[in-house]
Design a binder for this molecule. Structure first.
Ligand code: AMP
Length: 189
C-alpha cells in the first residue's frame, strides 16, 4: 500500500452510458467533470457523448478542463463519439481499456451498468495481482455500489479473495469528497 496517494494528473472515470439513469446521477457526473477541470486534472474516459459518460466529459470540457476519450471504432455511433475533445479511436474494447489504464494515474467509479462493472472488476483484479498500485475511488451515491461491496466481502469471507483486497479501493458518499479521496492517504479517505 502506498502511504499517500500522489496527486493524480490524469483521472480515469468509469460510469454508465445510459441516458435513462437517475437525473441525480447524471447531474453528479456533470459536477465531477467540473471538479476535475477546477483541479486541473485531465479526464480520461470512454469517449462517448451519452449517459454519465457524456455528462462528465461535457462538464469537464465546458469548464475548460483537459479531456481524453478512447473510443472503439464500432461504438462510434452507438455511444455518440464526443468530438469536441481529444479522442483516440481504437479497434476494440481491449485496446480501449488498456489505453484508459495506461493514460491514467487514478480511477473513479460513478454509477454504471454492466460495462462499468466489467471495467472496474478487471482493474481491481489487476490490483489484486499487484500489477498496479493506482488509487481507485468509488462514488457510492445513495449506496449505489453497496451490493458490489457485499459481494467482495462475501468472497473474502469465503477465503477466495485475500483480506488485504479491502485496501484496493476506497468509497466516498458524495461527489465533493472524490478529489480529497484521490489526494489523501487511503486510510484517511
Ligand atoms: P455501461 O455501464 O454498461 O453503460 O457501460 C459503460 C461503458 O463501458 C460503455 O462505454 C461501454 O462501451 C463500456 N464497456 C462495456 N464493456 C466493456 C469492455 N469489455 N471493455 C471496455 N469497455 C467496455
Amino acid at each position: 500500500m502506498p502511504s499517500a496517494f500522489r496527486r493524480p494528473d490524469s483521472v480515469c472515470v468509469y460510469c454508465g452510458s445510459s441516458n435513462q439513469a437517475d437525473p441525480r446521477y447524471l447531474d453528479a457526473a456533470t459536477q465531477f467533470g467540473k471538479d476535475l477541470a477546477a483541479n486541473d486534472m485531465r479526464l480520461v474516459y470512454g469517449g462517448g457523448g451519452v449517459g454519465l459518460m457524456g455528462r462528465v466529459a461535457r462538464g469537464a470540457h465546458e469548464a475548460g478542463g483537459r479531456v481524453l476519450g478512447i473510443m472503439p471504432d464500432f461504438l462510434r455511433s452507438r455511444e455518440i463519439l464526443f468530438d469536441e475533445v481529444e479522442t483516440i479511436v481504437v479497434p476494440n474494447m481491449h485496446e480501449r481499456k488498456m489505453i484508459m489504464f495506461q493514460e491514467s494515474d487514478a480511477f473513479v467509479v460513478l454509477p454504471g451498468g454492466i460495462g462499468t462493472l466489467e471495467e472496474i472488476v478487471e482493474l481491481l483484479s489487476w490490483r489484486r495481482l499487484d500489477l498496479h498500485q493506482k488509487p481507485v475511488v468509488f462514488a457510492n451515491l445513495d449506496g449505489f455500489w453497496n451490493p458490489l461491496f457485499q459481494l467482495f466481502e462475501h468472497t473474502i469471507e469465503a477465503n477466495l479473495t485475500p483480506p488485504d483486497f479491502r485496501e484496493a479501493w476506497v468509497s466516498v458518499d458524495s461527489i465533493d469528497q472524490i478529489i480529497g479521496a484521490l489526494t489523501k492517504p487511503a486510510e484517511a479517505a
